[in-house]
Design a protein around this ligand. Structure first.
Ligand SMILES: [Zn+2]
Ligand SMILES: [Zn+2]
Length: 209
């Protein structure tokens, strides 16, 4: 571990404080599912939540803290929750190349986080009530879970979202979810993100705040 920290500090001298804070969080990482999900304890006053569920999505580490509010977005850098998880996996892999690759992937995924937040910001102008805003923020973490079935059907974390006559419906186990629920928002963001990526949009160039 000391060895890996030394290499990382040498490689990322400007990230010394990120590395130190991530290292301090190491004892607060609880693995949930092997190399897929971890809980990282929130530390006041900087953290507003008690726990953060960090997920490995296609080799990128993503944290819900990227979606907490529509406020200023951190620079395209990993947070210290994902940093702690990264160091946690160092303990088992001890493979510096793997770790560097994971940093690269995770930061590439931050570009997607930017795009999603930007889309959510646009949607928030249309759905202004507090319930919608809360659902919209919740939906951001669900976007990677959207699976398109066909042109008008999507699966989102056990819910079925369907487009019927231009209107979205979310069908769960208890019937139809009240519109607009987080699953419908996740589909809306997923579809816009797809369009933006197809058009070659780079969210870094535009402001989201
Ligand atoms: Zn975080
Ligand atoms: Zn729903």
């Amino acid at each position: 571990m000391k060895h890996i920290m030394a290499i990382m500090k040498e490689k990322f001298p400007e990230r010394a404080s990120w590395l130190n804070t991530s290292l301090k969080r190491l004892p607060d990482v609880k693995p949930i599912k092997d190399d897929e999900t971890w809980l990282v304890k929130g530390l006041p006053p900087g953290d507003s939540k008690q726990w953060y569920l960090v997920r490995n999505i296609g080799g990128s580490l993503l944290c819900p803290c990227y979606y907490h509010a529509f406020g200023t977005m951190r620079k395209l850098r990993m947070c210290t929750h994902t940093g702690a998880v990264l160091l946690y996996s160092c303990l088992t892999t001890n493979n510096i190349q793997e770790i560097l690759k994971r940093i690269e992937f995770s930061e590439k995924a931050l570009n997607l986080v930017y795009i999603r937040r930007r889309i959510a910001k646009i949607l928030s102008a249309k759905f202004r009530d507090s319930r919608s805003t809360a659902n919209l923020l919740q939906s951001l973490s669900l976007v990677p879970d959207v699976i398109m079935q066909d042109e008008s059907t999507w699966k989102v974390a056990g819910f079925n979202v369907r487009m019927i006559d231009g209107k979205y419906f979310c069908i769960g186990t208890d019937g139809i979810d009240k519109f607009p629920c987080q699953h419908v928002f996740a589909v809306m963001i997923y579809r816009r993100e797809k369009r933006m990526l197809e058009e070659g949009g780079d969210a870094r160039r535009s402001t989201i705040d």
